[in-house]
Design a protein around this ligand. Structure first.
Ligand SMILES: [Zn+2]
Ligand SMILES: [Zn+2]
Length: 254
């Protein structure tokens, strides 16, 4: 049986297209269906996946302990386009309280794969840059986290008809394949990690609507905090520390 390599690659090539068919992705997209164990997704893993999608796990190695979710998996899901994936990723960042950055883009591979991209946890900033930033925000955020994921979306229909000769038995139901290495080396839901998250689109819209109603930045943030307090009660302190739903006043100034 062939091992799927989840080792992170050197991440010093952010946004640079990689040569076609490089290492890990080529091996996984080609062979993973043969490895399909049709495994049950543990509840702890399901708890961080966005709802409203159909998931199928070819393989899951679950390392979760208590509340700390940790696993690596080959997951198939019903996403058909780049747009579908972006929406899923936005939801995933919400449901898992994690933030992902593009690690590598791949040239469009055309006939069989319509979209492929690699992402890394944002607690891994580029190597070599943190050292000169001692004491600054960037330095404390970087934990060299090796969590990463690679998504490939396969074409389910080719020239108007189903790819009947495809060896991929997960088509046409699950065009997207996600190699998810969800093994963070830091806490995810502690207030320290949440404060680095991006302010979510939803929160941005609330801010904008408050500005239209003549709220200043400080007042607007106070309003959002007040609303969070009403909605989350005992969980308020966790929510208020999460920059995605509770922006800082500096952000509101932008
Ligand atoms: Zn499978
Ligand atoms: Zn991480």
């Amino acid at each position: 049986m062939m091992d799927v390599d989840f080792e992170p690659e050197d991440s010093d090539f952010e946004d640079e297209p990689a040569p076609k068919g490089i290492g890990i992705v080529q091996r996984c997209t080609g062979k993973s269906t043969r490895l399909c164990g049709d495994e049950e997704i543990p509840a702890v893993v399901q708890s961080i996946l966005p709802e409203g999608y159909t998931y199928h796990a070819c393989r899951i190695d679950n390392f979760s302990q208590n509340d700390e979710v940790s696993f690596s998996a080959i997951i198939r899901l019903n996403l058909r386009s780049h747009q579908d994936f972006n929406k899923w990723l936005e939801n995933f960042q919400e449901s898992s309280s994690t933030t992902w950055r593009v690690k590598r883009t791949f040239p469009s591979t055309g006939l069989k794969v319509v979209f492929k991209k690699a992402y890394r946890c944002h607690h891994n900033t580029r190597p070599g840059k943190g050292s000169t930033n001692a004491g600054r925000r960037v330095a404390s955020k970087n934990t060299n986290c090796s969590a990463d994921m690679i998504v490939s979306i396969k074409k389910a229909v080719y020239e108007g008809r189903t790819l009947s000769r495809s060896k991929d038995t997960h088509l046409p139901q699950y065009p997207a394949e996600l190699l998810l290495n969800y093994r963070h080396n830091h806490q995810i839901t502690c207030a320290d990690a949440l404060k680095f998250r991006d302010v979510s689109e939803e929160t941005k819209e609330v801010l904008i609507s408050l500005f239209k109603r003549k709220y200043g930045p400080t007042q607007a943030v106070e309003m959002i905090k007040y609303d969070l307090q009403l909605r989350h009660g005992a969980n308020y302190h966790m929510k208020a520390a999460d920059r995605a739903v509770c922006p800082d006043v500096q952000f509101a100034h932008r």
